[in-house]
Write a protein that binds this ligand. Structure first.
Ligand SMILES: Nc1ncnc2c1ncn2[C@@H]1O[C@H](COP(=O)(O)OP(=O)(O)OP(=O)(O)O)[C@@H](O)[C@H]1O
Ligand SMILES: [Mg+2]
Length: 512
């Protein structure tokens, strides 16, 4: 079936200071179909969607809707044409409820005066049912885990009944069960004629869901066609102009002494259950410990306990055999711990500061002598990381908010490494980064382990945990449900230990 073109960009160029983000692109968005966008971090995907949704304007070129040129000066203007977008980064208010977030700025009014809370709740409940979620309209968004917040973002866009719906990396924080649900919703929308743009770095996912694919590279469209017959090799070739890099190659090295130990760590939830339930583990220097499990298994919460974020958590931590007495993140950093959090925008970066300032934010001591900062020393150190992590940046003096999503993540990783930790905690280290950068991050992780760093990383990706870990722990419902050496781990054993099959939709709040 031929799909009609609902919107096009003709000869579209977008220039930011120092960067040509889009270079004379021609793009056609087809209705009743999923239009996939793919490309390396910084290739221009989000920018192309921002000009369509009125967030940014083209420097030169045209946007046509149903063949007619239009000017989309604001998101409101775009919305009037039926264009909705779910942004790459979460844009929710943590201190408002789910229903309030969904209806913010366009509250349902009764008699135009008071906000009709009952109606909003009812609609929110219906949306959550459609998304097969056990989320209450009155839940505070700040209490939801990142994946659930992403679902709320999606619900918010569904509430608008958009004709064109843009999803910028909607699944980066979703579990595989949640991805399946989202795919069902997308099929529904498609059947109703909605034109969908779908951005992701998960290539298999793109091939599965897409009807059309457009590849961007350095602001230029390098390939656009129907998804029929497209495979991962074709995408990678157009993305990076060559064949994909391998996953991190094994560097065999002996481990050192025990550097970190956690004993009987527990954390209660507000509902009365346990988010982390009596977790103990130890780690040697040079060792990479992978923690596998489903979203909501308590993995992130455990890392937060290690980092001293939950003063009420029970249990003890030791670094080099010395017990950590004081809680609090600053004290934990001083003792050689560093965390790369899952929600990097909120926890990791200060948007108004420059890239350089963000990278060195937690390690300013290294660059001070007496009361003076050595700017040149700081600049050199930053330049080194920018190169090592392949951060795509015009100047490290630019605001960190000017970086593409994936490149912002590399800044967060650099910031943690700059503190020269003994133990590095990484929550979903490959979330949102392209396959080239992913191989790069893994290579850096291996190299750091070789240099003696101990790493605990949390992931929901089987291939990742299998290829990177020296040892694997599986968590489910707050507990450690399996431990495997590199030799004994199999996909099957890990999945079985993670409890798939027992719970279809992992819940945030454990029953009391
Ligand atoms: N507000 C801005 N000011 C300056 N430069 C920007 C701004 N926003 C984006 N850029 C630059 O434009 C280029 C394209 O960025 P964009 O966010 O579109 O990439 P992307 O393809 O979405 O990448 P990712 O996969 O990492 O999300 C990047 O080089 C980025 O640094
Ligand atoms: Mg982006």
């Amino acid at each position: 079936m031929a799909h009609s073109i609902g919107l096009s960009i003709r000869n579209g160029t977008k220039i930011y200071p120092g960067t040509v983000a889009l270079n004379a692109v021609d793009f056609d968005l087809r209705m009743g179909a999923v239009n996939v966008l793919v490309g390396e971090n910084g290739a221009g995907k989000s920018t192309m969607m921002k000009v369509i949704s009125g967030v940014e304007q083209l420097t030169t070129g045209q946007i046509l809707i149903d063949g007619e040129p239009v000017v989309l000066k604001t998101t409101e203007a775009a919305r009037r044409y039926g264009i909705g977008i779910v942004f790459q980064e979460l844009n929710l208010f943590p201190n408002l409820t789910v229903a309030e977030n969904i209806f913010i700025a366009r509250e349902k009014t009764r008699g135009r005066i008071d906000i009709d809370k009952t109606e909003q709740r009812a609609q929110t409940r219906a949306l959550m049912e459609r998304l097969e979620q056990d989320i209450d309209p009155d839940d505070m968004v700040g209490d939801l885990r990142v994946g659930q917040q992403q679902i709320v973002e999606i619900a918010k866009s569904l509430a608008h009944d958009a004709k064109i719906l843009i999803l910028d990396e909607p699944t980066s924080a979703l579990s595989s069960a949640e991805v399946e649900i989202l795919f069902r919703v997308i099929s529904d929308l498609k059947a109703n004629g909605v034109g969908i743009v779908y951005i992701s770095h998960r290539l298999e996912e793109l091939i599965k869901i897409g009807d059309y694919v457009t590849v961007l590279r350095d602001g230029v469209i390098t390939g656009a066609r129907s998804m029929n017959g497209v495979d991962v090799d074709w995408i990678v070739h157009n993305m990076i102009g060559g064949n994909g890099k391998d996953f991190a190659k094994e560097i065999e090295h002996p481990f050192g002494d025990e550097v970190f130990r956690a004993e009987h760590v527990s954390l209660g939830s507000q509902a009365g259950g346990l988010l982390v339930d009596d977790v103990s583990l130890s780690l040697n220097s040079g060792e990479i410990l992978g923690v596998y499990g489903l979203m909501g298994a308590g993995r992130s919460e455990f890392l937060e306990c290690v980092m001293g974020r939950h003063p009420h958590a029970k249990g003890q931590f030791f670094v080099d055999g010395v017990p950590l007495k004081r809680s609090g993140v600053a004290s934990r950093i001083e003792h050689g711990l560093a965390l790369i959090p899952e929600d990097r925008k909120h926890d990791g970066l200060v948007e108004i500061l420059s890239i350089r300032e963000n990278i060195t934010l937690s390690s300013l001591k290294q660059f001070t002598r007496g009361i003076f900062m050595s700017l040149s020393k700081e600049r050199d150190a930053v330049a080194d990381f920018v190169k090592r992590m392949t951060i795509k940046v015009a100047s490290s003096e630019h605001a960190v908010s000017s970086l593409s999503g994936g490149n912002q993540q590399k800044v967060v990783i650099s910031k943690a490494l700059m503190t020269r930790p003994k133990v590095l905690l990484m929550d979903e280290p490959s979330r949102g980064i392209d396959i080239g950068a992913k191989a790069e991050v893994f290579r850096v992780m291996r190299q750091l382990a070789y240099e003696g760093l101990a790493i605990i990383f949390v992931t929901s990706d089987l291939d990742e945990v299998m290829s990177l870990s020296d040892r694997i722990l599986v968590m489910s419902n707050g507990r450690v449900t399996g431990e495997f050496s590199r030799e004994t781990a199999t996909n099957r054993a890990l999945v079985a230990a993670s409890g798939v099959g027992h719970t279809t939709a992992p819940r945030h709040k454990e029953p009391a």
